[in-house]
Design a protein around this ligand. Sequence first.
Ligand code: F0G
Length: 362
Amino acid sequence: AHQWRGVIAEYADRLPAHVQQRVVTLGEGGTPLVPAPALSALTGADVHVKVEGMNPTASFKDRGMTTAISAAAARGAKAVVCASTGNTSASAAAYATRAGMVCAVLVPDGKIAMGKLSQAIAHGARLLQVDGNFDDCLIAARKLAEAYPVELVNSVNPDRIEGQKTAAFEVVDALGDAPDIHCLPVGNAGNITAYWKGYREYAGLDAGAGLPAVATRTPAVWGFQAAGAAPIVLGYPVDDPETIATAIRIGNPASWQQAEEARDVSGGVIESVTDEQILAAHRVLSAEVGVFVEPASAAGVAGLLARAERGLVPAGARIVVTVTGHGLKDPQWALRTADGSEVQPVRVTADVVSIADALGLA
Ligand code: F0G
């Protein structure tokens, strides 16, 4: 049986040589592309979800971290730094420890999901809670990397984008061609940049020009920001971004321009979704599709459903939605009902009659 070897080995011919000299991998990538009949029924399209929570540290960040840390290792780096809303720090910490490097992470004080914080600490990161938001953390991380011998592993590092573009390759490999539409959440805008790069290269464009084209076309890219953190939608940076989807609580995305380019050249859109829409999509994913995600990861589904309601989803279109991180990262949202009250477990005595009674079987 074939054992998936991680994105660098699997896509060696499509990645730069400098990430392949000292490969640091945890077997990332090769994630499921799951048909979502419930979403197809709601939209009139043919919807699949790319379940990126199935990566080793449970988010898509691992695809770019294997390439960033491998490149840093090849250059002899001893330490890396990142700013993070949580997932990047968990991934950087895991890959750095694997490479024998020190990992410093800067996170916004009090706005990190418990699962992510636990991961960074468990993997031995030097975790600093910064008195500021993600955007403040990224400015500080960039300055630190300029002034001290530490490499920056945020998605402004081009090696990150190289690894993350492999998700688009996997979609095309699974479907036989690019979908009509690709939906995903947008925070710092690294992932939308990476998907667009991957789709273009697989269609024989840009860096893929010398290689056999695998796809005949590129999809329209539909990106979604949280309404309280939607700078690209508004057209200006947001000083105090606010959303329950803490992963995308970002007011001034580093790859803003690349995100606009992906939107415009692909014929796509970047729109915002409210926290209520995000939580409703989260419930559809959990209760109807069978995929448990963290809130930010539901933003792509929320946006797709909102556009379907407005009649903007072409009938029968083949659509892929990336769900970016696992639900166990930030599980508290599942314990709230649609009206906002706490879910209370039903208590029973340990006898079959009460249990059958509670289940309505009696
Ligand atoms: N979804 C999740 C679960 C994320 O963690 C992130 C980003 C995004 C979506 C947005 O991706 O930034 O490439 O547009 N998280 C970063 C972090 C910012 O620090 O973990 P993006």
